[in-house]
Ligand binder design. Structure first.
Ligand code: ZN
Length: 271
C-alpha cells in the first residue's frame, strides 16, 4: 500500500511535469472508485492550468487556476507521467492529458483510490479539514507528542499510528522510528518522558525523510522511476527482520502482533 513517503515521492515525481501545464482533456474510464467520480469534474478542470502539485497526508493535490483535484492512491493505486498516446492497460482508470503531450495516468487494480474536485481551498474540503498534523511538518514535534500522550494508556506504537493524532505514520515507519528512539512498542504512551517524546518525534521525521529520499519502500511505478524500489528495505533496522540479528547489537529481532499488525523490535536496544 502506498504510504506517506511513496505519495510524497509521487508528488515530487510528477511536479516538474505538471506545473504550468494546461489540462487539455480529462478522461474518466472507470467512475467506480472508492467513491464514484463526479462526472462534473471533467468540465471543471478542462482547460485549467496546473499551478502546484501539493500533498496533505496521503492525498495528492493537483491545484489548478479553476480549483483542486484531490487524488488518493488507495491500497494499490499509482500515478505516472506517460505520453498521451500510451495504450491503456487494465486498471488504468483516469487520464489527465496535458498540453505537453504527456498525461497523468491513474492505475488502481483494487479501486480503493478516489478522485474529487473542489473549487474552494483544498484544506477546507471535508476529507482534509479535520486531518491531524503532518509528521514532517513543524506542528508535529516532541512537545506535541508529549501533550497527546499524557492521558493515553494505549501502547505508544498504536498511538503514533492513529491518524487522528498524526497522519501517515504507517506500520513500517512506526516500528522503525521506535527502534531509532530506543523505545519499546508496547510502552504505555503516557509513561513516555518528555525527552523520549522529543527523541521519538525526531525519529519519526528522520525515518520518513529517509524513506522519501530513497523513493519510498513499496511503490514501483512512479514517474522517472530512477529510485530503486527495494533500497529503503535494505536500510530497515527491524521491520520484517524477525529472528535476524539486530543491526546495532546483534541479538535476534523480535516480532509480535499488536492491533492486528506485526510489530518488530529489539529487546536489547529498546527500553
Ligand atoms: Zn538491538
Amino acid at each position: 500500500m502506498p504510504e506517506l513517503p511513496e505519495v510524497e515521492t509521487t508528488r515530487r515525481g510528477i511536479e516538474p511535469h505538471v506545473v504550468g501545464r494546461r489540462i487539455s482533456r480529462l478522461l474518466v474510464h472507470e467512475r467506480r472508485l472508492r467513491w464514484p467520480v463526479d462526472p462534473r469534474l471533467v468540465a471543471a478542470v478542462t482547460g485549467a492550468v496546473i499551478r502546484r502539485a501539493g500533498r496533505r497526508a496521503k492525498y495528492l493535490l493537483i491545484e489548478t487556476d479553476a480549483g483542486t483535484l484531490i487524488l488518493h492512491l488507495g491500497m494499490s493505486g499509482s500515478l505516472r507521467v506517460v505520453p498521451a498516446t500510451t495504450p491503456r492497460i487494465p486498471h488504468d482508470h483516469v487520464d489527465i492529458e496535458l498540453d505537453s503531450g504527456q498525461m497523468l495516468r491513474f492505475n488502481d487494480p483494487r479501486r480503493f483510490g478516489s478522485l474529487f474536485f473542489t473549487a474552494d481551498p483544498p484544506e477546507t474540503h471535508p476529507l482534509l479539514k479535520k486531518l491531524a498534523p503532518e509528521p514532517l511538518g513543524p506542528a508535529f514535534d516532541g512537545e506535541y507528542l508529549w501533550k497527546i500522550t499524557r492521558r493515553r494508556s494505549v501502547a505508544i506504537k498504536q498511538l503514533i499510528m492513529n491518524s487522528q493524532l498524526v497522519v501517515g505514520v504507517g506500520n513500517i515507519y512506526a516500528s522503525e522510528a521506535l527502534f531509532r528512539a530506543r523505545i519499546r512498542p508496547r510502552r504505555q504512551a503516557r509513561k513516555l518522558t518528555r525527552t523520549e517524546c522529543g527523541k521519538l518525534a525526531r525519529a519519526i521525521k528522520a525515518t520518513l525523510a529517509m524513506a522519501v529520499k530513497v523513493g519510498g519502500t513499496t511503490l514501483r511505478d512512479y514517474v522517472g522511476a530512477d529510485g530503486n524500489p527495494g533500497y529503503f528495505r535494505q536500510k530497515l533496522y527491524v521491520y520484517e527482520r524477525a529472528g535476524k540479528p539486530c543491526r546495532v547489537c546483534g541479538n535476534p529481532v523480535k516480532q509480535f502482533t499488536q492491533g492486528q499488525r506485526s510489530t518488530y523490535w529489539c529487546a536489547h536496544c529498546q527500553t
